[in-house]
Write a protein that binds this ligand. Sequence first.
Ligand code: ATP
Length: 310
Amino acid sequence: MIKVENIDKIYGRFKAVDNVSFHIGKGEIVGLLGPNGAGKTTIMKILTGYHYPTHGTAILNGYSIYDDLLKVKESTGYLPEMAPLYDDLTVMEYLDFMADIRKVPKSRKKIEIDRVIQETGLGPVVYRSIGKLSKGYRQRTGLAQAIIHSPDILILDEPTTGLDPNQIIEIRKLICDIGKEKTVILSTHILQEVEAVCNRVLILNHGKIVAEGSPSEIREQVQKDDRFTIEVAGSVDAQALKNLEPVSEIISSEVQGGKTIIKISAQKGADTGALIFDWAVKNGCRLSALVPEQTSLEDIFRKLTNQTEV
Ligand code: ATP
């Protein structure tokens, strides 16, 4: 559905996108995740034909951005970061206008407008001026215009920016529903968004893809060891665990409320849990917890993009 091959984008002397390639199949919801300035919007603008890349190609729905831009535009719906809505128009007038712009046949216009109103839940506000809508309804209106011509591909630039938590949940649900039938690429710098909505993620940093896969695949690629938190009754010398073969490091050990809480790292894939259990039994230690720790996507993102804060 989307094939991007070796794309560069150079603004003046600044390389905003650096040799990016990826493929996205039908029915996938893929997140472009990256810190500010990573190149997410630039890639989306290339996919929608707003910018040409300096080098490389993109093919959407079988159409090249160089040779068949009109077909590319027919196949895609785009929700830019700041959806260009006309505040003086009502939602209905705006959708009618966008249906004309997107060349929806006159005979189908009413059907398509009714469909997008239904799909995006705009029913209660169709005759309200866009200028008087809440941000959540404005975003729904932006989504409605993006799907008015039934495109196969949806390109959404930071679709939940500026929304309150309830609106964020509603818009994410809407994207998941739409994503069941279409190919969706969305940009975000919100990690929870990726976990909540995307099947796959491309992590971008300084214009380059630094990791790609489902959140669990990326964890697998980045996490070099297994980590455990162990709780043992009483005060225990954690260093004794170092004698277990897979244990590579005692990360921390502290006594709290009559328990020793130990964090360790161990060789990836070893049967460390069972060995710790045996060790506790052999040494007469009462084990009250043995928890494998998963590196959070946030930690991974930080590691890959050298961010101190996310
Ligand atoms: P954000 O999350 O802040 O929206 P982004 O990942 O979408 O960031 P882009 O908007 O693609 O990043 O910008 C990538 C880099 O290219 C930034 O350093 C930006 O300043 C630069 N840039 C973007 N558009 C232009 C332009 N038209 N001319 C010059 N530089 C640009």
